[in-house]
Write a protein that binds this ligand. Structure first.
Ligand code: NAP
Length: 319
């Protein structure tokens, strides 16, 4: 028998957990399907579990470590009665209300939950380069998480691919361990914020390789070289590195939606009038619907909006 809930929240990053705090305090008894442990950001806590220090979340004048922030948010939601379930949403049935939510076998005849209102907060995850050798050496020199893996590269040369804030954040963190950090960027200008650029340019261990693309990850069981191409001359060469950190952006986690919600032209869930989606009773918040701001604080803010929208919607139906 499916477990019927007033509110089910899919995802447990800052958006999902803030929605959980608000929905729990509104006595809606939310269940949070928080994801499963993995090396990517669809795990409990989301992308902040893969970051280092968060310096721009208000209320923490000295910064806070991403995982610590998420542990605190989870404890806050649990304190008000939100129930956490360590599982992934594998299928949703949104054609009729209450909505069906499957968390294990998507072909099971019955959903695990029936939800009157659904909050989608499944976030986004790291993009990969898609070059030969990258998959094979993932976990053997290739990583998307400096916090998780930086320690393994003490005294070694490391490359970081990308030109945004993530790439520079990873590069700066890796200077704690690496002999040198080379940021490989496909253009000659960074996309990152000015403050991060200033820090990276000023760091003696960080160097930049401009107009360069990684075309192959090389190594026998363990990464030891990268093949790169100069985007201006087309010339190729091999560079010696022990690690490659890929930090080239993200894609939204929308697979479980099965095409039932309207997406925007970049594949993110389209929201209207706050957090409403194209299906009445389904709300979306955080990085799964935002490719513009993508900050922990904006995700948290939109999670609050989704919980309030869901509460008012339930109320308007007399529930
Ligand atoms: P991003 O801003 O989208 O930057 C992605 C970078 O990767 C770009 O420089 C892009 O190059 C490059 N890239 C994309 N595809 C590539 C490919 N196939 N091969 C090589 N390079 C590729 O992503 P992000 O750095 O993850 O940041 C996302 C958002 O989170 C931003 O709004 C950022 O400000 C925010 N963020 C903030 C902080 C912070 O404040 N501490 C930390 C992390 C992230 P081009 O420049 O040529 O397009």
């Amino acid at each position: 028998m499916a477990d019927r809930r007033k509110v089910l929240i899919a995802g447990s990053g800052p958006a999902g957990l803030t929605a959980a705090v608000y929905a729990a305090r509104a006595q809606l008894g939310p269940v949070v399907v928080e994801g499963e442990p993995s090396s990517t950001s669809d795990q409990p806590g989301g992308q902040l579990m893969l970051t280092t220090e968060v310096e721009n979340f208000p209320g923490f004048p000295d910064g806070v470590m991403g995982p610590e922030l998420m542990t605190a948010m989870r404890a806050q939601a649990a304190r008000f009665g939100a129930e956490m379930v360590t599982a992934k949403v594998t299928r949703l049935e949104l054609s009729s209300s209450p909505f069906g939510v499957w968390t294990a076998d998507p072909d099971a005849p019955e959903p695990a939950y029936l939800a009157d209102a659904l909050i989608v907060a499944t976030g986004a995850q790291a993009l990969m380069l898609g070059v030969p050798g990258e998959d094979r050496l993932l976990g053997y020199g290739v990583s998307t998480c400096a916090t998780c893996d930086g320690f393994f590269f003490r005294g070694l040369p490391i490359a970081v691919v990308g030109g945004g804030d993530s790439a520079l954040e990873e590069a700066l963190f890796l200077t704690r361990f690496a002999e040198r950090v080379t940021v490989i960027h496909r253009r000659d200008q960074l996309r990152a914020s000015r403050i991060m650029q200033q820090r990276a340019f000023a760091h003696p261990k960080i160097e930049f390789r401009w107009n360069t693309q990684v075309t192959e990850v090389l190594g026998d069981g363990k990464l030891d070289r990268l093949r790169v191409r100069d985007t201006l001359s087309g010339g190729e060469e091999e560079l010696t590195f022990s690690g490659l950190f890929v930090a080239i952006g993200h894609e939204p986690n929308t697979a479980a939606l099965g095409g039932q919600l309207e997406l925007d032209d970049q594949g993110y869930v389209r929201t209207f009038e706050g957090s409403r989606t194209s299906v009445e009773g389904v709300f979306a918040c955080g990085d799964v619907q935002d490719h513009v701001y993508r900050q922990a604080i904006t995700a948290a803010g939109s999670g609050c909006m989704a919980a309030i929208d869901a509460e008012r919607w339930l109320e308007s139906r007399g529930e």
